[in-house]
Design a protein around this ligand. Sequence first.
Ligand code: GRF
Length: 201
Amino acid sequence: MRHPKKLGILVSGGGSNLQAVLDACAAGEINGKVVAVISSNPEAYALTRTKNSGVPAYIAALKNYASREARDAYILEILKKHEVDYVVLAGYLGILTEPLVKAFERRMINIHPALLPKFGGAGLHGLNVHKAVIAAGEKKSGATVHFVDLGIDSGEIIAQESLDVLPSDTPETLQARILSEIEHKLLVCVVKGLCEGSTVE
Ligand code: GRF
């Protein structure tokens, strides 16, 4: 087996997608190793998960920096220090600046809980996405993994999976079902592919 790829994960919240990647790496399903987790939120439960797994955790809260650029320079420094091959945005809430995006062109992915290009873009994160899907009367929703470019949720789509929106769904139930039934498996599948070189040109 080839040398495991080094993964850097950016998070802001619960970190269930992070956990799915950590578990798949530990199980040998992904030929990769999470070498650094960076959180924009000092309170994120994702940080507890990171510490429990023995991976170095870093906090990059915007309020501690003079600008977004300064914060992203710190993130880039960490990723370089750990010689990260691929960056995964796993529930990361924040807009990345150009030097960081360019440094990982086609090597940085994001997971979004809707069927992009619908229901993506500014303000469409967390429960807002699922509220918008239900309000629009959509019959299907799901999740998308895409490369990160300079737009919001606009990069090239790598993989997508859908489920039926049930008449009884609330934004909360839809969010929970997409997370547990689709997101974790979809993200692991794409990261596995990246680490094997199958999704990269
Ligand atoms: C997920 O729905 C993900 O698609 C979105 O934010 C949520 C993060 O969940 N970008 P978690 O922190 O991985 O549990």
